[in-house]
Ligand binder design. Sequence first.
Ligand code: ADP
Ligand code: MG
Length: 275
Amino acid sequence: MTPTSSDSTSTPVALEARGLGHSYGPREVLGRIDFAVRRGEFVCIVGPSGVGKTTLLRCLAGLQRSTKGELLVLGERVTAPQPGVAVVFQDYSRSLMPWSSVLHNVTLPLRANGVSRSEADRRAREALTQVGLAAAVVHQYPWQLSGGMQQRVAIARALAYNPTVLLMDEPFASVDAQTRADLEDLVLRLQHSLHLTVLLVTHDIDEAVYLSDRVVALSGSPATVADIVDVPLGAERDQIETKGTHEFAAIRAEVHGLVRHAATSGSGSGSGAEA
Ligand SMILES: Nc1ncnc2c1ncn2[C@@H]1O[C@H](COP(=O)(O)OP(=O)(O)O)[C@@H](O)[C@H]1O
Ligand SMILES: [Mg+2]
């Protein structure tokens, strides 16, 4: 598929990387990265371990200054974290504070941003309900919960910001297969009900195809966009039915081909692509 293909060109762009590059000292990790995510889209970034996915996500979140190019959020050029953009990190066990209750974990960042105690409490409880956690859990500590429940807390913490854009870095990498499937479906439901724009990083190609409207494949060193693959599987996804279709298998094979090529070609295979 062509990298420029996209569904509705009239939908505003939520997030855009223009010639984004990043180097750690002399080592160039990201080359020239170009892509855009439209409002309400679900886009996954796939690529082999070490290609630079986390680096890219951190740059897009404004947590790390890119060393080249620019980042646009809702059409504005930005260099710092934006209020409409929330992040869920990979390692929930390190991103949650073990000495604070579930409720406090969700309210603390809001309080730090000047939200009143009662409003933070209300938003936190609402977000915890949205991720399917029972009211009884709010006064427990993260270490008393299963991995899947801890990741739900981390998602609730992001939702409590009322974000427009949700960025997620391998959010389901540390949970078992059934929990992972449940969390994937939870995020799909939340995306629809809250009209979120989601950009999710994963090395799991099945997960990327299952969740996405489009998949951005990174390749090379420094990494560039090898291709952007459309995933026209409809809005309703089902873990068994969707994954059993010929369309799913064909798209999965296409993305596998891109990533395998990335793994074997070593460097500079991508030429950058616009969306
Ligand atoms: N803070 C850092 N300082 C120096 N090198 C780093 C840093 N963070 C990541 N890297 C290197 O950049 C490359 C890309 O890392 P990362 O973005 O974490 O890749 P991925 O998330 O795709 O596994 C890796 O080779 C990694 O070792
Ligand atoms: Mg990573």
